[in-house]
Design a protein around this ligand. Structure first.
Ligand SMILES: [Zn+2]
Length: 706
């Protein structure tokens, strides 16, 4: 809902801007009489230049009837005399931004720290109009005072002005130096590549980062994944620079943001591919087609990191070889199993924040695809979708590989590389700003998503996307990616309540990973953080858990890229039952009405969703208990469970107790309890994944902070 309001706001602002531009010729109104007395007809007025990190934002007053604008840049000396050739470096087109009444262009590609003069001219059709009065300025040097330790670190890429990318060895040295010199940074090795390169992650907080993954998770962290395709290094260089900025900046606003969250920057997931300049890892596997299947050690390390650090928002950096697309194609998780709120908030981040800020700073964000290309679809193996299915608000980020028609001065490789990296740096800094301003909306969307998924509600889509609506031409997003709706054979209307796997399916070694580092389904599901119930004849993976949307995509025989074809376990009870009920064996109750007490015997399993229970629920010594989205009039007692326990999104009139459970941490989240909540004697302290319970009574012992 929130996204729709924002979108409506954007559209009405657009309408207002269009009307204003139509009704009031801006050139004629912009200056008091006399100030622009020398202006020639159709000459651009009011050119202003503001310096950013690696770019300069040009803005000007629109010329009535202009088709586009050309941006000219000339190197100059301090006295203003030209020291080099004037070059057209940019072409502004109306589809760059959502408000054509205030045109801006982020000129980039120059070597930082040099002085230039800029002019802008309109074109009407192909006919060039007079240039604006020139504006000169000194561009920002590489970020950081050269005389301040830490700030004075530079990457290999910076030192060579983009001629060389930072090597793996130099990345590790730089990373270590940032780590050693900054109290705000801890560098964590989350795993190793197949060729044994460290996979490092900057953990950045102020004044210091929290000490453990669990403590980081409590700060609603944000994540940037900088390099999964080894031949797309532009984002990675931005990440290395941003890590230094965050580690050593004195900027009060940035420090305030860092004091409220933790930033996770993963510069190089695919170190082997980067060293080889290859898209895939050392086996040739495209890691961005492996985040759900986690056949490779790199993706497995990443998924385990997400499980443990629990970012609430993310960006995934790439480069895109399409000359006609925007500077910065972006896309939310579109897979239809992603919770609506996660999709909406991701779209709000892109179209609400990035489009608006891009219009102010001159960067051209647009939806991935942008030109109608058949990309940006619903594969759950892609990080964008995998993260969405893990309830993380996120976006893909592409950097347009070539200059294309709107940046005609990028035949020089360094120019091209600098534009790409500094546009990524802008995006990641904007991401931090967005996160700071929207933490509440993001955490609300995440909590609702976790609760919704845990109720196992609604159809399953094996593959297929939500539509990305077009913006009205000529603005960004006029050509969204393909509809990619699910075909009928990729829809399962009635979800099972669990998948049952055999011993061989669950614990047998898979042959789809690299030799020497092969893993089992059990290990992969554990890496995802899913809970599994051991039963007499196999293993049950209930859908009533936070990553419900991803479960069938790996374990159903109908999945497009599944791991194993588990047996669908359908609900065993759905209707109305009057009187007491005592359960043994495996019980799957969905959408039922139970009038009377419910007792679950030792060794039994209960998976219950969307059910109304009038009477107490008493579970003792069960193999596993999953309660999602039920309404219970009476107390709930879960005692001595030997396997997993999830109690999510229930409404309970009466006390809730989780006692003496023996398995992994019970998940007790998003419940409304009219009464006390008590947990004690559990082998592992119960958790809520930062999804608070609403409890009218006191919260005791191990549940006191849930
Ligand atoms: Zn890529």
């Amino acid at each position: 809902m929130r996204y729709r309001r924002t979108r409506a706001g954007v559209l009405s602002a657009l309408l207002a801007a269009t009307l204003a531009a139509t009704m009031v010729p801006a050139q004629a109104q912009a200056e008091p009489a006399g100030a622009t007395a020398q202006a020639e007809p159709n000459q651009v007025q009011d050119l202003a230049v503001v310096q950013g990190d690696g770019y300069a934002t040009l803005s000007w007053t629109p010329v009535d009837g202009a088709t586009d604008y050309q941006i000219e840049r000339t190197p100059v000396a301090e006295d203003g005399t030209a020291t080099g050739t004037a070059v057209i470096t940019g072409v502004w087109r109306p589809n760059r931004q959502i408000n054509n009444s205030e045109p801006t262009f982020a000129d980039a590609g120059f070597a930082p720290g040099n002085r230039f003069q800029w002019r802008v001219r309109a074109r009407v059709g192909t006919e060039a109009q007079p240039y604006s009065t020139p504006v000169a300025g000194l561009t920002n040097a590489h970020w950081g005072d050269p005389d301040t330790p830490g700030q004075n670190l530079r990457t290999q890429w910076e030192n060579t002005l983009g001629a060389q990318y930072t090597s793996d060895v130099n990345e590790y040295a730089y990373t270590q130096a940032v780590d050693e010199l900054s109290e705000r940074v801890r560098v964590v090795e989350i795993g190793r590549t197949i060729q044994n390169r460290p996979i490092n992650m900057f953990v950045v907080g102020y004044p210091t980062p929290p000490a453990t993954p669990e403590a980081v998770a409590a700060t609603n962290p944000l994540l940037v994944n900088c390099n999964v395709h080894g031949n797309e290094p532009g984002d990675r260089e931005a990440c290395l620079i941003m890590a230094r900025q965050l580690a050593f900046t004195d900027d009060a606003k940035t420090l305030d943001l860092l004091s409220k969250t933790t930033m996770l920057i993963l510069p190089t997931l695919n170190g082997d591919g980067r060293a080889a300049g290859a898209r895939g890892n050392s086996t040739g596997q495209d890691l961005n087609r492996d985040y759900s299947l986690i056949r490779q050690p790199e993706t497995r390390a990443f998924v385990e990191m997400v499980r443990d650090y629990r970012p609430i928002a993310g960006y995934d950096g790439h480069e895109y070889g399409n000359a006609n697309t925007g500077d910065l194609p972006m896309l939310p998780p579109r897979h239809q199993n992603v919770a609506q709120g996660i999709f909406d908030e991701s779209q709000n981040m892109i179209e609400g924040h990035m489009y608006s800020q891009g219009a102010k700073d001159g960067w051209w964000a647009c939806p991935y695809g942008c030109t109608g290309a058949n990309v940006g679809l619903g594969e759950e193996t892609i990080l964008r979708n995998t993260l969405g299915l893990k309830n993380v608000v996120n976006s893909l980020l592409e950097l347009r590989s070539s200059g294309g028609p709107t940046r005609p001065d990028e035949s020089n490789t360094a120019n091209n590389r600098r534009r790409k990296t500094y546009s990524a740096l802008w995006t990641f800094n904007q991401f931090l700003q967005y996160h700071g301003a929207n933490t509440k909306a993001i955490t609300t969307a995440r909590a609702e998503a976790i609760t919704f998924q845990s109720t196992n509600t609604g159809r399953i889509v094996f593959r297929g996307s939500r539509p990305i609506e077009a913006h009205p031409a000529p603005h960004p997003g006029e050509t969204p990616p393909p509809l990619d709706a699910p075909t009928p054979e990729r829809i399962l209307q009635q979800p099972p309540c669990a998948y049952k796997l055999t011993e061989e399916q669950y614990n047998g070694e898979r042959t789809d990973g690299p030799v020497g580092q092969r893993t089992t389904v059990a290990q992969r599901l554990a890496a995802h953080g899913w809970k599994v119930i051991k039963v007499a004849d196999g293993y049950l993976v209930p859908l009533a858990q936070p990553e419900r949307g991803l479960v069938p995509l790996l374990l159903d025989g109908q999945a497009v890229e599944g791991l194993v074809a588990g047996e669908r376990v359908m609900p065993t009870r759905t209707g109305t039952h009057n009187g007491p009920l005592t359960l043994t064996g495996v019980n799957c109750i969905d959408g039922a009405t139970l009038r009377g007490p419910l007792r679950v015997q030792p060794g039994a399993t209960l998976i219950m969703t969307g059910t109304s229970v009038n009477g107490p629920i008493d579970v003792t010594g069960a193999a596993g208990v999953f309660l999602g989205g039920n309404t219970v009039n009476g107390p709930v007692r879960v005692v001595g469970t030997t396997g997993p326990v999830n109690v999510v999104g229930n409404k309970v009139s009466g006390p809730v107790d989780v006692l003496n459970t023996q398995g992994a941490a019970a998940l007790v989240a998003g419940n409304t309890v009219n009464g006390p909540l008590g947990c004690s004697g559990n082998a592992t302290t119960p958790v809520n994944l930062e999804v608070a319970n609403s409890v009218s009574g006191p919260k005791f012992n191990q549940c006191s902070r849930l």
